[in-house]
Design a protein around this ligand. Structure first.
Ligand code: DGJ
Length: 705
């Protein structure tokens, strides 16, 4: 029997044999006649699979499998063997465009069950896969590995694009050919899971991942803690991808009849490069995943780089006037507004004591919210509720709420420790931090949720079973966020982790946007946003114009405009023309933001390969677009020497192209009265005339009658 799990263009086909093994026989382009899938295995003459389970749908260990398993357990009687066989399957439509397939498996010897779940988003070709593990053994079963899913791919050769980074250096890509054996992408940091290695990746089949050509798979773990993705090229030259939570120090004791649900592994296949895959992923993310993904976003002025910890009510009142003057929607008060016994005047004290600092803000947050209202702008606030400075009342009163080894010296990351979110009391405390802010200030319009430390010395004073800590921490975090969202369903929240230390679709269900990096040097951001854009839509990525990198103001603004724009500069110190430029840019942004937020992204010229990076967004009806161009290398007078071929337009339509974001007094070198056919723009291209004198150029593309 075959079970085709089909999306609009693709099919993942499972097969059940006579002894009830379930295997993956195909993942690729969908066939018009589903009964032809069954014959696919006969067309291969690869080396003999003497294990007979190389392509298992969910590969288990302790049986005839000899390679990396997706699941590994120790039964109640101490036996390590698991063999999963087909019981039944079902499928149901759970939305106009969404179908859920369930495959039930069980061990013939032990009362041990696994449910494989496949959620297919038809139009976008997106698959989410996960598993639910349970048993009815006499005592606990220890889960030693518990992946969400495993995939099985066939191609002549495979290339992996993975990412690495650090603080302010997020999302650096590396592409390499996969050789036989296992390549593991993982993290053991507990929190800030993506700091050194994000859980997003691409696999190019038969060639490295390209923008518009070739077969490519994009994958991501929807989990905000330790993850592990094993890519194993086996002796038959096929690739298994096994993705899930990291089992590192996390053997999980599962009680009889308890269900262990793994997080979702997200993947999408494209036959026409990563551009197509990411457009589908963006549309899926906006429609189904990111909180309020098709909603509005607020432009803002943040005070982090403008003041750091050094502010008082008077200074903030001035910044509120600045917010209005600039023309953005909201003022975001960053770190430093709280704690009294150990005032938060630097990052060494006060974290955890969420009472307003009475020296800096004698009239409380309420007075700032009121003043914001007087200025006709909204007010938002920064919190980092999962963490604590040892120099704080919270730490003094609740040392048992802190993750640390009882008998070892403490080790700090940014002078702080992580609270034990596996403990329900701590969950209540964290929820209350948010809830109190909203209760006391009902007009609070935005939260920036930060997370700056990793877990060292993992130990919970609350948990009996220490190996549950990494997993129960994240479940505790999600539990708090569920409560926040139940009570405050739509308030915008930014997901921040000292930059992009925590960016994944598990967390983004609760957040409207994320902070890709503390590095706001526009040049670096162009590269980072480019890479993030493979997986995340522009509406979810925040970029604030700051002083980082000492680049021209226009270049900084143009780089921020490519995503969700904000500012973090001292507005009242701007020169007249700089202020005017920013104000006009915000007006222009308001005109084009719908295309940036909800349109289709086309990456045109890669900053890693070209001197001028270009990308564009196009509206659904292909009638309007925005084109961004940036000089990223300036040796030997580099410039846009050749026209840049646009994409995604209607070949038969006529368009005009006008430059926006011109610095006061500067004239455009682009003739906005000229018109071009879509065909011309896509086959011949358009030259935005980027050079050392015009290092960034932003244009609108408009269909004309
Ligand atoms: C790290 C964040 O990434 C910054 O934007 C800022 O909010 C600081 N934390 C505040 O401590």
């Amino acid at each position: 029997m075959t079970i085709p799990i089909e999306s609009r263009n693709h099919a993942l086909v499972l097969q059940v044999d006579e002894v009830k093994n379930v295997s993956i026989i195909y993942f690729g382009e969908k066939l018009a006649k589903p009964d032809e899938y069954a014959g696919i295995p006969q067309s291969y003459r690869q080396a003999n699979d003497f294990t007979e389970v190389l392509n298992a749908a969910y590969i288990s260990s302790g049986n005839r499998n000899l390679l990396e398993p997706a699941i590994s357990v120790m039964h109640a009687d101490g036996n390590h063997s698991l063999d999963l066989r087909y019981v039944n399957h079902s499928s149901e439509n759970i939305g106009a465009d969404v179908k859920l397939y369930t495959i039930n498996l069980k061990d013939p010897v032990y009362p041990f069950n696994v449910k494989l779940l496949y959620k297919v988003y038809m139009i976008n070709d997106v698959f989410e896969q996960w598993s639910i593990i349970s048993h009815e053994e006499k005592k606990d079963v220890v889960l030693q590995k518990f992946a969400s899913a495993n995939l099985y791919l066939k191609a002549d050769k495979f290339w992996l694009t993975q990412y690495h980074g650090d603080w302010a250096q997020e999302m650096q890509p590396e592409t390499s050919r996969l050789t036989h054996g296992i390549k593991t992408l993982d993290t053991k940091l507990g929190t800030r899971a993506n700091l050194l290695q994000p859980s997003v990746f691409m696999v190019g089949l038969d060639g490295p991942p390209q923008e518009d050509e070739g077969k490519v798979l994009l994958g991501a773990m929807e989990w905000s803690g330790n993850f592990r993705i094993d890519l194993e090229l086996d002796f038959q030259d096929n690739l298994r991808i096994i993705a899930g939570m990291n089992n590192y120090a996390s053997a999980y004791s599962l009680k009889p009849s308890e269900a262990f649900e793994t997080p979702k592994f997200l993947y999408i296949l494209s036959n026409s490069g990563k551009g197509n895959a990411s457009r589908n992923l963006h549309s899926w993310a906006r429609n189904y995943k990111i909180l309020d993904g098709n909603g509005e976003r607020l432009t803002l002025l943040n005070n982090w780089e403008a003041t750091y910890f050094d502010f008082n009510e008077e200074k903030l009142f001035k910044l509120l006037t600045d917010t209005k003057e600039l023309g953005v929607d909201l003022f975001l008060l960053d770190d430093g507004w709280f704690a009294n016994k150990y005032p938060r005047n630097n990052d060494r004290a006060g974290l955890g004591d969420w009472q307003v600092n009475t020296t800096k803000l004698p009239n409380g947050i309420g007075s700032l919210v009121k003043e914001a209202k007087n200025n006709d702008v909204k007010f938002g606030i920064w919190i980092e509720p999962e963490m604590v400075n040892p120099k704080s009342e919270l730490y003094e009163n609740h040392p048992d709420w802190v993750i640390k080894q009882p008998k070892r010296e403490e080790h700090y990351f940014r002078n702080q420790l992580v609270l034990d979110l596996s403990n329900p009391e701590v969950q209540d405390f964290v929820f209350k931090v948010v809830d109190d802010l909203f209760t006391e200030n009902p007009e609070l319009a935005y939260i920036k949720w930060d997370c700056n430390a990793v877990i060292y010395n993992a130990y919970s004073a609350h948990l009996k079973n220490q190996s549950h800590l990494y997993i129960d921490y994240v479940k505790g975090l999600y539990h708090v966020l569920d409560r926040v969202r139940a009570k405050y369903p739509k308030v915008p929240m930014m997901l921040c982790s000292g930059g992009g230390g925590r960016v994944d679709y598990g967390a983004l269900q609760y957040f409207t946007e994320f902070w890709p990096s503390d590095n706001t040097d526009p040049l670096e951001r162009i590269y980072m946003q480019w890479e993030y854009s493979n997986f995340y839509p522009a509406i979810s990525m925040a970029n604030h114009v700051t002083e980082w990198g000492d680049r021209p103001l226009k270049y900084r603004v143009d780089a921020a405009m490519m995503v969700k724009m904000g500012f973090d500069i001292v507005v009242h110190e701007l020169e007249e023309n700089d202020l005017k430029f920013c104000q006009e840019a915000i007006n222009s942004y308001n005109d084009v933001k719908d295309v940036i937020w909800y349109g289709d992204l086309y990456r045109l010229a890669d900053p890693k390969e070209k001197s001028v990076a270009s990308l564009m967004y196009v509206s659904d009806d292909k009638n309007s677009g925005v084109l961004f161009n940036y000089l990223v290398k300036d040796r030997f007078g580099d410039r846009s020497a050749k026209p840049i071929k646009l994409k995604g337009l209607d070949a038969g339509k006529t368009y005009s192209i006008k430059e926006i974001n011109l610095y006061p007094g500067r004239n455009s070198r682009i003739d906005g009265s000229k018109t071009y056919s879509g065909e011309y723009l896509m086959k011949i291209g358009f030259n935005p005339d980027v050079s050392g004198w015009r290092t960034s150029v932003v244009c609108t593309i408009q269909g004309v009658e």
